[in-house]
Ligand binder design. Sequence first.
Ligand SMILES: [Fe+2]
Ligand SMILES: [Fe+2]
Length: 167
Amino acid sequence: MYTTAMKIVDLVRWMHADFRQRLDKMERIAKEGGVGEAAKVAHELSLVLQSLQAHEWLEEEVLYPYLRTRVPGFDAKAPEESAVGHRALQGKVSELKEALAHPDATLTLLFAAEIFIAFLREHMAAEEKGILDSADKRLPEPVQEKLAADALKILKEAGLPEEFLPR
Ligand SMILES: [Fe+2]
Ligand SMILES: [Fe+2]
């Protein structure tokens, strides 16, 4: 568990980097093992989905409300675009869950995973260039550290495994 101060923007970026590593791993397994490795892909996927839910909470319930209500003149479009991305991502997640529920339909799963991975990568890149960079410039460091510390405490208490959070 992270014990010293970390900014909320860096926490979001840390989680993005963690997702990228997990997505890379999933892609490697799918590419090298093909259909035979669908169970391993499904396992990696379940880890990503667990962390993704926490991540979207962090963005939509912690960071964006603060930006909207406490940072005068913050471009309201940026959090809106990110939230729209989350809704679309949920659609991909539903397709994935459906594929996961039919373990014999391995090709369907691998195909749905590929679409999900590409979508999540694009979503994270857009957030980094858009909302995260501007939030980092607009939010004072102590505010960012307080938001991150409070969020980490809540996530830990909610039972998010420590492997999904920075140490
Ligand atoms: Fe997001
Ligand atoms: Fe994100």
